[in-house]
Structure formats: C-alpha cells, structure tokens
Design a protein around this ligand. Structure first.
Ligand code: NAG
Ligand code: NAG
Length: 495
C-alpha cells in the first residue's frame, strides 16, 4: 500500500476541520432556533447570512435582527411607493397610517440594534415587540378604513415571523450571556472561601443566582445558612423531647438556646445585609457560628461526647464561613462603586477634573470615604506639593547665591513658607469643618505661589525654573477648593 503523502494528509485535515466547524455551526443554529415558532424560516435566515460561521448565539441574534430590519425597511419603501401611486384613492388615509407605522417599526428596530450591541436583551425584547405591533396596526387600520387586506399583507406576515424569530434567538443569547456571567460571578464570590466547593454548590443550587450581583449572592448563601440553622434548631428541639430526663437533657437545653440565638442572629444579618451594613452582617454571622460552637463544646463538657448533630454543625459552620467570604466580596464591590461615584461628585465642579480624580484615586484611603475625607486627601496632596516646592526653592537659593536671581528666589522662599503654613492652618480648619476658613487659607496659598512667579518675572525678567510645577500646585489648590466646597454642601445638607 502506498504511504499517504503529506499533501493528501493536509487536505484530509482541512476537510475534517471544515466539516467540524460546519457541524458546530449547524448545532448552534439549531440551538438558536430551538424555541422559535417559525423554525424553518429561522434556520434559513441565519444560513443565508455568511456571518453565521464561527458565530456565537449573540451573533446569530444580530443576524436575525438584521434580517427583520431589512424587511421592515423594504416594507416602509413599499408603503411609500403605494402612497404615491394611490394618492387620492380610498386607501390613501390607510396607507398614510401604515407609513407612520413602518417609520416607527424601523426606528424601533434600530434601537433594538443598539440595545443588542450593549447586551440589554430585555430592551431588545421590548422594541422588537413594539415593531411587531406597528406592523399589525398597519394591517388592522387597513382593514378598518379600506375594508380589505393591504396589498403588502403577505409580506407583513413574514415580517412578523422574522420579528418573532428575533425574540426567540435573543432569548437564547440572553440565557447564555446570563449563565456565563453568573458562573464568573460565582467564582469571584467564592474566591476567598475556605470551603469553595460548598460555596459554589450552594450558589448554583439556588435558582435566583442567574444574572445576580455579588450582593445577591451574599443573600443566597445567608439564606442557606439560615435555613440550615432553623433545621438544626428544630432537630435539637426534637432531641430534647425524646431525651428528656436522660443524662444529655441539660446539654441539649443549652444547645436549644444556642440555636435559638443563632437563628435570631442570622435574621438580624438578613436585615443588615438588605441595608448594606456589611460590617454588621460580619458581626452577627460570626456570633451565630460561635453559638453553634458553644453547643458542641457544652455537649462535650457536660455529656462527655459529641452531640447527635455534631456533623451537621460542622457543615453549618462552613456555610456561615462562606457567608462571611461572599459578604466580604459584596462589600468590596459596593465600596468601590460608591467610591467611584463619590470621587466623581467631589470633582464635579473642579476646573482640573482629571487631576482631581487622579489625586483622589492615587490615595488608598479613598475607598469607603465621605466627601469630607476626600477634601482631606486633596489638601494633603496640595500640602505635600507645596512642601516639595519650598524645598526646591531653598535648594535653588543655595546654588544661585550671588547671581541675578538671588533676590527673586529669596522672595519665593518666603512665599512658599507662607503657602505651606497656610495649608497647615487649612488642615486644622478642615478637621473642624470650618470650610470657609479652608477656602480663605487655600486661596492665600495659591496667591503666594503666584507672587513667587510674578516677582521672578519682574525682578529677573524671566520665568522661575519651578514655573511649571507652580502651575500644577495652583491646580491642586483649586481642586482643594472645589472638593471642600462639595464637602461643605454635603455637611449642610446632612445637618
Ligand atoms: C445544611 O446545608 C447543607 C449544605 O447545603 C445540606 O447538605 C444539609 O442538608 C443542611 N442541613 C440541614 C439540617 O438543613
Ligand atoms: C505635585 O503634584 C503633582 C500631581 O500630583 C505631581 O505630579 C508632582 O510631582 C508634584 N510636585 C512636587 C514638586 O511634589
């Protein structure tokens, strides 16, 4: 037998890969059209578009939406043509309405395109349904006004089918998107858990996990821990009935109290979680864990053996530990989002927004901060800038003693001495929330820096070598004024 040549082998591999991709694409199209009421049309529409190869469900949704949109545009043109041809006839008014209907439909499908690109699948559903209704209105209106079907009736039916296919395929794409998202989110939520397998399993077992946020996942694990505690509370109660007057009665009585407490603490955690008081969740859940532990410890001491629920208590402890881990993640996300919003607000009126935002973000204290704290952060940055500039001027003065710029540098040194001392006074004022005073001192510091530059120009007939840095110092001071102003407004509101 002749050995297979490498060229033939290559051809075979190519054929195999081509076949493999084709099979894959067919599988995906079938899945995309699975729930469609017009499956044949759905599959044909997708296959007619060369873009379907190597596509994802989301891309297939875009293909069917494109087909529906082009149909709507065609119908809009048809109606316009008919309107021209039949002006002055009995169907003119019905056609005019149809023209409006299709203009709406086309615009709704364009909005759907935007929504689909941004994965706002619910909006796609809303707009495409609206477009279907528009086409329907055209036909209904025609029947009422002209007492017959419009001449585009058949095309309208197909347009309706295309829209219905968009809904079906979008639905599939949305499901895939949410499932992928949810998997990633669960992984993140359980990332630091000591009982990752249980954490992931608890979350996946809950039907609410799809499309949820980290916060919602914290609620799911808390719910699981609470239902576990309630079951254990019941079980201990049952044991207490069965074993009254035995040697374990007293230990079981204590356990019953422990689980009563644990359940009540988990209920408080639920409230705290709802109000995003994540630290309180941590406190209460830790207390519930300790309660379960006390039950076991007490049992060992009093009855000299493990409680009958010892194994279940271990799992309950693991569930609680997972609540702590996931809550921690949710809290971090919450604070980061909050901080971003707060920084935006703090710098809102700043003339140097980029610098303002960058200064705040560069400080690791910004997380979970209040507007007032942000004002302290920018003031700190401006002060350290002013201090550095003072040092620089002192250095220059040493290097250029007895030159033509000595006198100007001497003045600058005084200016920066003043500026730094004014910024230090501002710090005091800010701590005491005397925001107007902050304004006065920071403005004075800005003027000092300005005086240095003015004096330099007058005395030495040129810019100082720190002119560029002075400029940035001025911008930082200006950011301090803007953020302080916001903090002051916030303080007034909250009083
Ligand atoms: C506690 O939760 C675990 C894990 O979800 C579960 O297997 C167990 O049945 C629960 N125990 C009780 C008593 O509800
Ligand atoms: C002043 O602050 C700016 C912005 O934070 C920084 O880039 C610059 O290095 C600082 N200048 C001095 C002299 O510290």
């Amino acid at each position: 037998m002749k050995p297979i040549s490498s060229v033939s082998l290559l051809i075979l591999i190519c054929l195999f890969l081509t076949e493999f991709h084709a099979t894959n694409a067919r599988g995906l199209i079938n899945k995309a059209c699975e729930t469609s009421l017009h499956k044949g049309l759905c599959v044909a529409t997708i296959k007619a578009d060369p873009g379907y190869k190597g596509a994802k469900l989301h891309d297939l949704a875009e293909i069917v939406l494109k087909a529906a949109t082009s149909k709507a545009t065609g119908l809009q043109k048809d109606v316009e043509q008919l309107l021209k041809e039949r002006a002055g006839t009995s169907v003119e008014s019905a056609l005019k309405d149809c023209k409006d209907n299709y203009a709406d439909a086309v615009s709704q499908l364009e909005k759907s395109k935007q929504a689909l690109e941004n994965k706002r699948y619910n909006d796609v559903n809303t707009w495409v349904t609206a477009a279907m209704n528009d086409a329907d209105s055209c036909e209904q209106g025609f029947k009422e006004q002209a007492d017959k079907d419009s001449s585009i009736g058949q095309k309208t039916v197909i347009f309706g089918h295309l829209c219905s296919n968009v809904l079906a395929v979008t639905n599939k794409a949305a499901a895939e998107f949410h499932a992928t998202n949810a998997r990633g989110l669960i992984k993140k939520a359980c990332e630091t858990s000591l009982h990752k397998g249980l954490c992931v399993a608890t979350l996946k077992a809950d039907t609410d996990y799809k499309g949820a946020k980290l916060h919602d996942l914290a609620e799911i694990v808390l719910k699981a821990a609470t239902s576990n505690a309630t079951a254990l509370q019941k079980e201990v109660g049952q044991f207490l009935k069965e074993r009254a007057d035995t040697s374990v009665e007293s230990a079981l009585k204590d356990c019953k109290e422990n689980y009563d407490d644990a359940v009540s603490q988990l209920e408080k955690s639920k409230k705290a979680l709802e109000n995003k008081r994540y630290n309180d969740v941590n406190t209460w859940v830790t207390a519930a864990m300790n309660d379960a532990d006390s039950c076991e410890q007490g049992f060992k001491e009093q009855a000299e053996k493990d409680s009958p629920i010892a194994q279940k208590t271990v799992i309950f402890g693991q569930l609680c530990s997972n609540v702590l881990a996931v809550t921690n993640k949710a809290a971090a996300e919450y604070h980061a989002t909050n901080a971003r919003g707060l920084i935006k607000k703090a710098c809102e009126t700043s003339l140097h927004k980029g610098l303002c935002v960058a200064t705040l973000k560069a400080d690791r204290d910004y997380k979970g901060a209040k507007l007032h704290d942000l004002a302290e952060i920018v003031l700190k940055a401006a002060t350290s800038n002013g201090t550095a500039l003072r040092k620089e001027v002192e250095q220059l003065l040493k290097e250029r003693a007895d030159t033509s710029v000595e006198s100007a540098l001497k003045d600058c040194k005084e200016n920066y001495n003043d500026a730094v001392s004014q910024l230090e006074k501002s710090k005091q004022a800010l701590e005491n929330k005397r925001y107007n005073v902050v304004n006065t001192w920071v403005t004075a510091a800005m003027n000092d820096a300005d005086s240095c530059e003015q004096g330099f120009k007058e005395q030495a007939d040129k810019d100082s070598t720190i002119a560029q840095k002075t400029f940035i110092f001025g911008q930082l001071c200006s950011a301090v004024l803007a953020v302080t102003n916001k903090a002051a407004a916030g303080a007034t509101v909250s009083v």
